[in-house]
Design a protein around this ligand. Structure first.
Ligand code: S3P
Length: 429
């Protein structure tokens, strides 16, 4: 349950980046030597990936929370597991592991929770099959049964959708393939796989929207500093924008340019967001964000920024619902295949709180004007639950948020951290 709050004040350091944490585990696992990860996300999604790699013979140490020491087994050192490998709720975990496991000598089965079991996997299994992989699906959905012993060869692949998960799955398979694997994207996506491969010493040629590597090299263990997750910071950014009198500082947030479309969108709407202490950590730009309340107005969102804020739409829907005027979102059909159908989840939830929202196949028209009390269903989707926690700060009455246990997939400790800066969240009875 989220209640109307007074101004939000203080400093927040959100947990480590989910995308970087998954990749650091995987590359550390198949590197030669010992990888030290700092700032690791102790979320259910990344813990599921660690547990799978453990079943495949990789040893981890946890000197302190947020720290992992990965004892790499080398490119060909993983060993098969008779157990189904459970990715939980994590699309990133499953799609990247599909690429990694496609080139192994042993068979594997990847399974997921109810939400993940509904998500499309042909986007990775089809191009992996072009590389020579043999993967059975349940009509394009999990479980994925990956047959070992396939001889992979490189391809040039042009994914029909902008997706870092597709790109990364192919690059991971490409490590085991003969010849060159190249991915040419319709719009550049987050490049953590490319930058981490480079940091681990694998030759890779990449520029925004294009990546190319050759199989058969060696990964050398490296240390990884994980930045604070922009997508987790997003809830606090929107909260400080919309609650009158607020000013919040968010420390050390990862500002990979393929992640920060929300800043552009909110600034177009009139937000006051300052970027301070810009610095580099682990090859990534990080900075402190100081967000001060400012009245927001509706916009027609430029479609070209959609891929750069693909995980931030639930939070943006809330900003749009309390802005002055109408916000139009187009070109965002990918939202329908996330942890839930995020266009439907947000439109229905906002309507249950009195907002006027029209769903479009690839977006929505949201007429701003404020929110009332309501009861919404998160559909087990962490980002829907946290977005309605933000909505409750400015709604006339409390918002009851159902099916929200999955917040822990990406943001353990969200409620405590949020209440520490002025949210008024309480667990359901
Ligand atoms: C991710 C890529 C994005 C994003 C997801 C994490 C990644 O998915 O939504 O949360 O780590 O590569 P798509 O590749 O499906 O766009």
């Amino acid at each position: 349950m989220s209640h109307k709050s007074g101004p939000l004040h203080g400093e927040v350091t959100v947990p480590g980046d989910k995308s970087v944490s998954h990749r650091a585990l995987m590359f550390g696992a198949i590197a030669e030597g010992v990888t030290h990860i700092r700032g690791f996300l102790e979320g259910e999604d990344t813990l599921a990936t660690a547990s799978i790699l453990g079943k495949l013979g990789v040893r981890f140490e946890t000197p302190s929370p947020g720290e992992r020491i990965v004892h790499g087994v080398g490119l060909h050192g993983l060993r098969g597991s008779p157990d189904a490998l459970d990715c939980g709720n994590a699309g990133t975990g499953m799609r990247l592991l599909a690429g990694l496991l496609a080139g192994q000598a042993f068979d594997s089965t990847l399974v997921g929770d109810e939400s993940l079991s509904r998500r499309p996997m042909r986007r990775v299994t089809d191009p992996l099959a072009q590389m020579g992989a043999s993967i059975d699906t349940n009509d394009g959905k999990p479980p994925l049964r990956i047959h070992g012993g396939a001889r992979l060869h490189g391809v040039t692949y042009r994914p029909p959708v902008a997706s870092a998960q597709i790109k990364s799955a192919l690059l991971l398979a490409g490590l085991y393939a003969e010849g060159f694997t190249e991915v040419v994207e319709p719009h550049p996506t987050r490049d953590y796989t490319e930058s981490m491969l480079k940091a681990f010493g694998w030759p890779i040629d990449y520029s925004p929207g294009r990546a190319r590597l050759e199989g058969g090299h060696v990964l050398h263990a490296a240390n990884v500093d994980v930045p604070a997750d922009f997508s987790s910071a997003a809830f606090f950014i929107v909260a400080a924008c919309i609650v009158p009198g607020s000013s919040l500082r968010l420390n050390g947030v990862g500002l990979n340019p393929r992640r920060t479309g929300l800043l552009s969108a909110l600034r177009l709407m009139g937000a006051d967001i300052a970027v301070e202490n810009t610095r580099t950590s682990g090859g990534e730009t990080i900075a402190d964000l100081v967000v001060t309340h400012a009245p927001l107005h509706g916009v027609s969102l430029p479609e070209e920024i959609v891929p750069d804020m693909i995980d931030e739409f639930p939070a943006l829907f809330v900003a749009a619902a309390v802005a002055d005027g109408t916000t139009t979102i187009r070109g965002a059909a990918e939202l329908r295949v996330k942890e839930s159908d995020r266009i439907a989840s947000m439109a229905n939830g906002l309507k249950a709180c009195g907002a006027s929202v029209d769903e479009l196949p690839d977006g929505a028209v949201i007429r701003g004007g404020g929110l009332r009390s309501g009861s919404i269903d998160s559909h087990g989707d962490h980002r829907i639950a946290m977005s309605f926690a933000v909505a409750g700060l400015v709604a006339e009455g409390p918002i009851a948020i159902g099916d929200c246990a999955n917040v822990a997939t990406s943001f353990p400790g969200f409620m405590e951290l949020a209440n520490g800066v002025g949210f008024r969240l309480e667990p359901a009875n």
